[in-house]
Design a protein around this ligand. Structure first.
Ligand SMILES: [Zn+2]
Length: 470
């Protein structure tokens, strides 16, 4: 770079909201994109934001992907469809999981567009899918897997390293050592940051010498219930189901949450707590992801306690007794089986997927339990159940809610407020903190807490806002 070139960072998503993470570092004529996530939420609103990149895709020289959640990787196919030809750096697990997530996302986009065009045919309204499976394949062909801790140079004048973020398998913080006209500057982008206390993954550790910190703020205003309570809470639900000979239906996110639940069930089973009831994992995606977890389980991104357990147990994800159901026919056989049993199925907020069939078949019976184990967004079927509505519609047909609805608030893959504060203090960024990936209230609460702690130069960037790093 030339002496008068500026180094800047600009925020093109997840700025005052939680989805659409895209942050662009520019040095002279080079640009490095940190994540390329999809905006999620209300269809027309999100669609418009997803279709416009705020920078020319072809001008991107390198991409670093923090993890495989769609709000971080989901627009990669569109970026490459629109002319980007840059390498994508990510950990090997993220690269593998992203392959599964993007193929699924492309099929959803295609299915959505087909459905919309069919029901609006009379009005002559049509939409194009954001992208198709071919575009996802094009993006994935640019993937360059890199181990945690390996040095690489994504663009001239920038050295980089991926560090464990503890959020989901493969998740990484990006440490960038940037040559600026004013000297070397270290920037750390956390991506999504895990909790200090986790079930499967090692907790994230802040590196030293950070000048600029770009950190998520999803739970900037609150803490989670202790994870240690999860085993006891799940035990209670299972005991009740055994007594009532009922089915426990767990709508679960396929990535991380499903594996966490399976791991707890495995521990309970091993402890001999007489909780030995059939467990079905009914989600092809969750099965593929669990296989990836199992393959990587010896690696250091996993918590040492989990690795010890896995070595002692030999089968921490229960492949030898959990029934993993891949086909529709296998899934349908569960309708005719009597409880007690546990069915873990996607999606986590009951918005689609096979869990809807299990809910339709079981929600009216009083001896069944629906166990919610994740965040339920406003307007979703999961939220309606959580809020205690007496009747809900599934596939357009109204059902009385006879089953017991239970929620466990213990699970979360994100750092809570105290975790975020402790991490920021440990990183002690010398020149500034940028708060991203948080709703306005959560982000403002974290900014206020940082001010109280005497941490200066805290910025809450607006969409498109650009800052000079000097
Ligand atoms: Zn995430």
């Amino acid at each position: 770079m030339k002496n008068n070139d500026k180094v800047t960072i600009s925020f093109h998503g997840a700025a005052g909201e939680v989805t659409g993470s895209r942050h662009l570092l520019e040095t002279g004529d080079q640009s490095l994109l940190l994540d390329c996530g999809m905006f999620q939420g209300h269809r027309t609103d999100a669609d418009a934001k997803n279709r416009t990149f705020r920078f020319p895709p072809a001008s991107v020289d390198a991409v670093i992907l923090s993890h495989a959640h769609i709000d971080h990787c989901g627009l990669l196919p569109l970026l490459y469809k629109n002319g980007c030809d840059a390498p994508i750096y990510a950990t090997p697990a993220t690269a593998e999981i992203t392959g599964i997530m993007l193929a699924d996302s492309a099929r959803l986009q295609e299915g959505d567009a087909q459905y919309y065009n069919k029901i609006h045919a009379a009005e002559n309204l049509t939409i194009e899918p954001l992208y198709e499976e071919e575009d996802a394949k094009l993006a994935l062909a640019h993937m360059k897997p890199l181990e945690y801790g390996a040095d690489f140079a994504p663009i001239p004048g920038v050295k980089a390293k991926l560090l464990n973020a503890g959020h989901v398998l493969g998740s990484a913080m990006t440490q960038l050592d940037i040559e600026t006209p004013a000297g070397g500057r270290r920037l750390l982008y956390t991506g999504d940051l895990g909790r200090a206390e986790t079930l499967l993954l090692d907790d994230p550790v802040a590196p030293r010498g950070v000048d600029y910190l770009v950190i998520e703020s999803t739970y900037g205003d609150r803490n989670h219930e202790p994870l240690a309570d999860a085993e006891g809470q799940l035990t209670e639900v299972i005991k009740k189901a055994i007594a009532q000979r009922g089915k426990i239906i767990i709508p679960s996110f396929a990535l991380e949450r499903t594996q966490e639940i399976i791991f707890i069930l495995d521990k309970l089973r091993r402890s001999g707590a007489a909780l030995d009831i059939p467990v079905y994992v009914d989600s092809p995606m969750a099965i593929s992801l669990t296989e990836i977890f199992n393959k990587h389980r010896e690696e250091f991104c996993f918590d040492a306690k989990f690795r010890d357990y896995a070595r002692m147990d030999g089968d921490p994800f229960g492949f030898d007794y959990i029934r993993y159901l891949r086909t529709k026919e296998e899934s349908q056989t569960l309708n005719n089986k009597n409880g007690p049993m546990i069915i873990i199925s996607a999606s986590g907020m009951c918005e689609g997927g096979r869990v809807l069939h299990h809910l339709r078949n079981n929600i009216e019976k009083e001896n069944n339990t629906i166990l919610l184990v994740g965040y339920q967004a406003q307007g979703t079927l999961g939220r309606k159940l959580q809020d205690g509505l007496p009747k809900v519609k599934i596939f357009g047909i109204e059902h009385e809610v006879g089953a017991t609805i239970e929620t466990m608030h213990t699970f979360s893959s994100h750092a809570g407020k105290d975790d975020l504060l402790a991490f920021i203090k440990a990183a002690s960024p010398a020149r500034g903190v940028f708060l991203v990936h948080g709703d306005p209230e959560a982000r403002a609460a974290l900014a206020a807490a940082l001010e109280t702690e005497g941490i200066k130069n805290v910025k809450c960037p607006a969409l498109g806002e650009k800052f000079e790093l000097n």
